[in-house]
Design a protein around this ligand. Structure first.
Ligand code: ZN
Length: 98
């Protein structure tokens, strides 16, 4: 009897990798900002996780340019880009306090 072919059950399970919608780089989920679409509107996720998600590098301003985001977010790329830029001071403030 020939060896059984590997099935999905035998594949190792590890932390799922995400890829940035702007640069396509694969990184761990912790290094991304999650953008979700709810009711047809894309927005940077701040609270509960729900809706369809996309990921953008959290530390790479070149990935926040609306022309790079347009492929994923279409006409809403500019507003997602603005939200990604806006979130930076908040993050810095948080890490300065801790
Ligand atoms: Zn990126």
């Amino acid at each position: 009897m020939p060896d059984a072919l590997p099935t999905t059950d035998t594949l190792p399970r590890h932390t799922p990798e995400r890829s940035c919608v702007a640069c396509r780089r694969k990184r761990s989920q912790a290094e991304f900002v999650r953008v979700t679409r709810q009711d047809g509107v894309w927005a940077v996720q701040t609270g509960n996780r729900s809706g369809r998600g996309a990921y953008v590098c959290s530390d790479s301003p070149t990935c926040w340019q609306d022309k790079k985001l347009r492929r994923a977010f279409g006409a809403q790329a500019a507003q997602v880009a603005a939200q990604l830029l806006e979130r930076q001071p908040v993050e810095r403030q948080k890490s300065a306090q801790s």
